[in-house]
Design a binder for this molecule. Structure first.
Ligand code: CMC
Length: 429
């Protein structure tokens, strides 16, 4: 088939740009040669309309509310799979058969303790440190304890091992730090319990008490929904760091830091804080809607809006269902849920939000679930880290396996001072 070409006229000159078509019919203009041919670059603040790579991991259609991992719809994944299997799927491109899954699980299990040096590092953090800072720094510190994973480029076997290692250890770091903050000794990881049950067990272990199977499953569903979301802010950060061939620990630590921001993963903590604020203000959500609409006020309705989803966020739909199931299972009556429902109802019929296609996103109801599970508010974004980790790893792996991958190095349009002469300090006013 002949290459589709788009034509662009610049200063009277016609430039031919190859059209790249994805497997779902998405189209892009390949502008690689634009600067060389015309001296122009493209400018797209915030990468609103820029494809930074081709990728075979996750497909999403924001207009239709579609999300698929390796072709499988998120609804089917959430219903039938488990988080570790999703990690395998994202990273290795296929659903594992029994043998492949067991092999992967065994590898994860082989990393189920932290090096002593790492626990000593965690022990040095102030108890009121934000857990996201701890997660990022300690993940980066793993590089000091696993020098065998620093070689670039890693071979296939090492890549698989480091993926298993991080899948095993990042959750232990989170639980270890949490246990410290509540003055309890660490409880060891038992990966055979399943990813989420093991994590809840490490967090909340008490002699004679077992984590409920249904609760473990519900958390697994939440993690599956968060597992990848193509080139979002944190995944792009992982790719940018990894593109310089920095080690995987540095890349994942960077992803954690990017996720921390309140416009990204940090929104789930902010949602709960916002709901609590509304509760304190007597439940008057109308006042907060008005604040969010006021262009002179920087306040935004947290958990609303999405760069890509402009119709509905399919993850939010599933999370809302899970929220009802978990609260009923745990027999929790949370007044914040009523406030959240009221806020959603109000916003959905408000012209400001309707006109801008602002719907609840993945972060809107997840915090209520985490709260019901007993997770402290400042650890909500850490929960997102655990969920998103396999996606970051898959994005890093895909990039490192691409022999044509280039170091990420965007251009800019300079708007600063033009040439001027240096003035010695004695002559300055
Ligand atoms: N509350 C009030 N107004 C909003 C909101 C909101 N939550 N989100 C967007 N807007 C308005 C915004 O002011 C702008 O209005 P106008 O066209 O009049 O200037 C318009 O909607 C478009 O917003 P934008 O900021 O240009 O859109 P974006 O694609 O750059 O930002 C977003 C997307 C998710 C950062 C933004 O919707 C937001 O800040 N939401 C609240 C934070 C949040 O929930 N983040 C989690 C995102 S989903 C999970 C994740 O990525 O981690």
């Amino acid at each position: 088939m002949s290459q589709e070409i788009a034509k662009l006229e610049i200063e009277g000159k016609i430039i031919e740009l190859p059209v790249i078509t994805g497997s779902e019919g998405e189209k892009a203009l390949d502008i690689k040669s634009l600067r060389a041919e015309t001296g122009y670059i493209t400018l797209d603040n915030g990468f609103v309309n820029t494809g930074s790579c081709t990728s075979a991991i996750t497909f999403l259609d924001g207009e239709k509310g579609i999300l698929r991992y390796r072709g499988y719809p998120i609804e089917q994944i959430a219903k039938g799979s488990n988080f570790l299997e999703v990690a395998y799927l994202l990273n290795f491109g296929k659903l594992p058969n029994k043998k492949e899954f067991n092999f992967f699980e065994e590898k994860v299990t082989s990393f189920a303790t932290l090096p002593e040096g790492i626990t000593k590092i965690i022990d040095q953090y102030p108890l009121d440190a934000h857990p996201m800072g701890v997660m990022s720094a300690v993940t980066s510190s793993l590089s000091a304890f696993y020098p065998e994973f620093l070689d670039a480029p890693l071979d296939n076997v090492q890549r698989e091992r480091v993926i298993a290692q991080l899948m095993a250890q990042v959750k232990i770091i989170a639980a270890y730090f949490y246990r410290r903050t509540i003055g309890k000794s660490a409880h060891r990881s038992h990966p055979s319990l399943g990813y989420s049950k093991d994590f809840l067990n490490m967090m909340f272990f008490e002699e004679g008490k077992e984590v409920d199977e249904a609760v473990g499953h519900a958390l697994d569903v939440l993690f599956m929904l968060h597992a990848d979301h193509e080139q979002n802010c944190s995944a792009s950060t992982v790719r940018v760091i990894g593109s310089s061939q920095a080690n995987v620990f540095a890349a994942i630590a960077g992803g954690i830091d990017a996720l921390w921001g309140q416009l990204h993963g940090g929104a789930n903590q902010r949602v709960l804080e916002m709901l609590e604020e509304i509760q304190k203000a007597g439940g008057d959500h109308k006042k907060f809607i008005a604040k969010a609409k006021d262009k002179n006020d920087s306040f935004r309705l947290m958990g609303f809006g999405h760069r890509v989803y402009k119709n509905f966020d399919p993850r939010a739909t599933i999370i809302k269902e899970q929220c009802d199931i978990i609260l009923e299972k745990l027999n929790v009556q949370d007044p914040l849920l009523d406030i959240a429902r009221g806020l959603e109802e109000e916003a959905r019929s408000d012209e400001y939000f309707v006109k801008r296609n602002l719907y609840p996103n993945v972060d809107f109801y997840s915090g209520i679930i985490y709260k019901a599970l007993g997770i402290p508010t400042n650890m909500f974004t850490v929960m997102f880290v655990l969920g998103r980790l396999p996606g970051w790893l898959a994005q890093w792996k895909e990039m490192r396996e691409d022999v044509a991958a280039k170091i990420a190095r965007p251009r800019q349009i300079y708007t600063g001072e033009r040439l001027r002469d240096y003035v010695p300090m004695k002559d300055r006013k």
